[in-house]
Ligand binder design. Structure first.
Ligand SMILES: NC(=O)c1ccc[n+]([C@@H]2O[C@H](COP(=O)([O-])OP(=O)(O)OC[C@H]3O[C@@H](n4cnc5c(N)ncnc54)[C@H](OP(=O)(O)O)[C@@H]3O)[C@@H](O)[C@H]2O)c1
Length: 347
């Protein structure tokens, strides 16, 4: 009796620790592993309204590069000395909330930690009967919603039109192209390897795909792949690829301006061809957007994407790196084209 009471007290005092990744320094140009530091931290006591989580999948995304800069943007910069953070899927280990129970799977914008205690309002439950948990970081998460709203609301695709998508083999790009096919468009993808371009055609139904790294005349290759010109250009990358696409754009074309990854690691202001003459003379609509602009429509977007996944009209692909310690490499890998589809780390 005495011993068991003693044991209880001792267990209560037991300190739980976990690994976390701290944002240690701001990169100049391409991020490097030294921008991150791994450390152990002590988890606090769990309080009413809180959950103890075990990370399952952690997302790495190109937008994180922008938050590593000091400059103000649509989201504040990451703070030095604090845990890095982003989209995460986790299992509830212990719940002090009536709304969650141990075993639930949740998602949220959370710190890069193996285990953590978070207020319940920081996470939402996910339905793992619809799709694997990691899909909520990809096709049923932020990248899928970006593809859906950018293409439908800004690209406004119509059957018979030609859609070109850059970064086509990435998390956003593969979804954009497939939605374009559902809408009846001719779809041409641009990506950085032969393996990626052949998969775009064989698995994702793209009509044509161009390897921008081996094309000697990219503008000419786009012209050949789009005999009727380009009606919609979904721009994920910017830079010289976009310069080449925009020269092929048709009268009244639309350009959802989604990402500029070709420029995220540049240290000097890039100077390229001025695109305004094409926009002006061809009456083009080019509109930048952040997926959060469509937040009030997210439920509708998720229902539609989940329905297409269930009906087999949308497929997805992931590059899954295994191990918490792979996170910095996985993020850096995005800027070297190391992923097919969504890059995630399985913890
Ligand atoms: N507006 C929004 O709200 C929003 C939301 C999500 C994402 N985005 C943007 O959308 C784009 C795609 O995001 P994602 O999550 O789907 O990433 P992703 O395409 O899955 O991964 C990045 C890919 O970009 C390509 N890339 C890397 N460096 C490049 C360069 N210098 N030039 C051309 N391509 C390069 C690589 O593929 P290759 O092998 O083909 O080069 C790489 O695999 C990014 O620009 C991102 O910032 C915007």
């Amino acid at each position: 009796m005495l011993i068991s009471r003693f044991l209880c007290i001792d267990l209560k005092k037991m300190i739980m620790t976990s690994k976390q990744i701290i944002f240690a320094s701001r990169p100049k140009g391409m991020p490097v592993k030294d921008n991150f530091v791994f450390e152990e931290y002590e988890l606090p006591q769990i309080n009413e309204g809180e959950l103890l989580l075990q990370s399952m999948f952690i997302s790495v995304d190109p937008y994180m590069r922008g938050r590593m800069n000091e400059a103000k943007s649509y989201v504040p910069p990451f703070e030095l000395g604090k845990p890095f953070m982003g989209g995460l899927v986790a299992k509830v280990i212990e719940s002090r909330s009536a709304n969650f129970k141990a075993g639930d799977v949740v998602t949220g914008m959370l710190p890069w930690r193996e285990k953590m205690i978070v207020p319940e309002k920081h996470v939402q439950k996910i339905d793992t009967s619809i799709a694997p948990p990691s899909y909520y970081l990809g096709i049923l998460g932020m990248p899928g919603l970006t593809a859906y709203f950018g293409l439908i609301h800004i690209g406004k695709p119509k059957a018979g039109e030609t859609l070109v998508v850059s970064g086509a083999a990435g998390a956003v790009g593969v979804v954009v192209g497939q939605i374009g096919k559902i809408m009846g468009c001719r779809v041409v993808g641009i990506a950085g390897s032969d393996e990626k371009t052949s998969l775009l055609k064989s698995k994702f139904g793209f009509d044509e795909a161009i390897n921008y790294k081996t094309a000697t005349d990219l503008k000419g290759a786009i012209k050949a792949a789009c005999p009727n010109g380009v009606d919609i250009y979904f721009d994920n990358v910017g830079g010289e690829i976009s310069d080449a696409v925009i020269r092929n754009i048709n009268f009244h074309g639309r350009i959802p301006l989604c990402g500029q990854i070709a420029l995220y690691n540049t240290t000097e202001l890039p100077v390229g061809p001025r695109v305004q003459p094409w926009l002006l003379t061809r009456s083009i609509l080019m509109q930048g957007f952040i997926v959060g602009n469509f937040q009030s429509h997210f439920p509708e977007g998720i229902v539609q994407l989940a329905a297409w996944v269930k009906e087999g009209k949308l497929s997805f692909i992931e590059t899954i790196e295994k191990g918490f310690e792979k996170l910095p490499d996985a993020l850096i890998g995005l800027f070297h084209g190391e992923n097919m589809g969504k890059m995630v780390v399985e913890v």
